[in-house]
Design a protein around this ligand. Structure first.
Ligand SMILES: Cc1cc2nc3c(=O)[nH]c(=O)nc-3n(C[C@H](O)[C@H](O)[C@H](O)COP(=O)(O)OP(=O)(O)OC[C@H]3O[C@@H](n4cnc5c(N)ncnc54)[C@H](O)[C@@H]3O)c2cc1C
Length: 423
């Protein structure tokens, strides 16, 4: 049995589960992103499962078990059940808002801080955890004002506190599913059926991780294959071999973070070098870290294992030579894709990659979009639906950085004010 608690603070949740449990990974990932101290107790035998969790055996469906300081036990809970237990799950307080923001990554959190601080009745809706992609970053070092860097989870938690202090309402574990538009008002329907009516809306839904596209990915998701930088998992990789797919800043950050725990970290990169895609300060550190190896011109082409990932196959793109590598830890950081089907369904203009097109980019040969009803051009960051704005990574042409997303969130609120003032 292994026990792990990364934080020095007493755990608010103790999770008991077995290795390779995708459900346990989701809970660890969620709590880590929310900056909530937790302890992980890994049971490896039926006997340990009985003594530690009071369940029949290692494969009992009641695992993972979450135990809270007041003695509450949640068996194989959903994220919503955990947020309910933590007192974070709420229903909307109002029937109508000035501003509804979808997505609580850096862009959405920033929009919530500026919207609420400038007197708008603001609600922020997040389908998972605060901080978006940033909350999976072990250390953001290029964000202004934090010379020693700050973990994405801590940055998000600070932003949450700031937004709530100004009166923004935050609905966690709630997903925006579709919109109904009428001039001056947008009704957003959440996946659980709740309805949010607002005069203006900011879509800050960012991007989802791009998948490897291998046939048996689902089998190993959370059981050896992880999307993102896996900050919650690093301490569990002590003395093991970790592979990270990707040649961008997030992959490089992840490699350096894992190098402090793992025996060996291998970065698998499609391009022939890191130089065009990774910041120089990270490249310098990668090459100065003895247990990090970079394989360029290489791809992962197969995953093998049983309940847990055991082995991957790599191919050298130049020579075509294949080789197998044993690992239980494969982290994939190969960028993202926006999930904007809901937008195309209602006729919102997206580019070929699914990013929301806004402002001057909507004009074609100086002509406004066909559905545009107003006698003015769309504001910068406004979609082709007046009053619906986009900010951050989901927006066509945006710079995919924390600071840019924060800037866009703030800027979008300025245009919301203009839109509301138009009447
Ligand atoms: C591992 C990693 C490390 C990084 N490190 C750095 C760094 O060091 N410096 C830097 O500048 N940038 C870094 N980045 C990039 C940076 O984090 C992103 O550019 C930034 O997070 C984009 O912010 P966003 O708010 O636009 O979108 P996101 O961060 O993608 O947030 C979008 C949010 O919307 C939510 N959402 C999606 N759909 C819905 C819906 N339908 N309803 C409700 N909510 C929804 C998502 O759950 C998510 O929380 C890193 C990215 C990663 C993945």
């Amino acid at each position: 049995m292994a026990q792990l608690s990364e934080s020095k603070a007493p755990p608010l949740v103790t999770i008991v589960g077995r290795r390779g449990s995708a459900a346990a990974y989701t809970i660890r990932d969620f709590l880590h992103r929310c900056d909530i101290p937790f302890a992980w107790v890994e049971v490896t035998t039926d006997e340990e499962s009985r003594s530690q969790a009071g369940v029949a055996d290692l494969h009992d469906s009641r695992l993972p078990l979450c135990v809270f300081p007041d003695g509450t036990r949640l068996e194989c809970p959903t994220i919503q059940q955990i947020t309910e237990k933590l007192g974070w799950f709420r229903n909307p307080l109002h029937t109508e808002y000035d501003l509804a923001i979808y997505g609580a990554g850096p862009a959405g959190l920033s929009a919530a801080v500026y919207g609420a601080s400038e007197g708008l009745k603001t609600v922020l809706i997040e389908r998972y955890a605060l901080g978006g992609q940033a909350s999976s970053s072990p250390k953001i070092e290029n964000y202004l004002g934090f010379p020693a860097g700050i973990s994405g989870a801590e940055l998000a938690e600070r932003a949450r506190e700031q937004a709530e202090r100004f009166g923004a309402e935050i609905l966690l574990a709630r997903e925006g599913a579709r919109v109904e538009y009428s001039p001056g008002q947008v009704a957003g329907y959440l996946a659980d059926g709740a309805k949010i009516v607002a005069h203006a809306t900011i879509c800050a839904t960012g991007v989802d991780y791009r998948r490897l596209g291998l046939p048996n990915e689902e089998q190993f998701l959370g059981a050896g294959l992880y999307y993102g930088a896996g900050a919650s998992e690093a301490p569990l990789t002590q003395g093991e071999d970790v592979t990270i797919v990707g040649g961008g800043n997030s992959a490089a950050q992840a490699a350096l973070h894992f190098a402090a725990y793992a025996r060996r970290v291998t970065m698998v990169v499609r391009d022939d070098s890191l130089s065009s895609t990774v910041s120089q300060y990270l490249i310098d550190r990668i090459y100065a870290t003895a247990n990090v190896e970079v394989l360029t011109q290489t791809e992962v082409i197969a995953l093998d294992g049983d309940e847990l990932l055991q082995e991957i196959t790599l191919i050298d793109r130049q020579t075509g030579q294949e080789r197998r590598a044993r690992t239980h830890w494969l982290f994939v950081c190969i960028g993202g894709v926006p999930r904007t089907q809901w937008a195309t369904e209602v006729g919102m203009v997206c580019d070929g990659g699914g990013y929301l097109v806004t402002g001057p980019d909507l004009l074609r040969d100086g002509q406004r979009p066909a559905n545009w009803p107003l006698d003015r051009e769309p504001y910068y960051m406004e979609t082709n639906f007046p009053g619906i704005f986009a900010a951050g990574d989901v927006r066509h042409g945006s710079v995919k950085r924390c600071a840019s997303a924060v800037g866009e969130g703030a800027m979008a609120v300025t245009f919301v004010h203009r839109y509301l003032a138009d009447g």
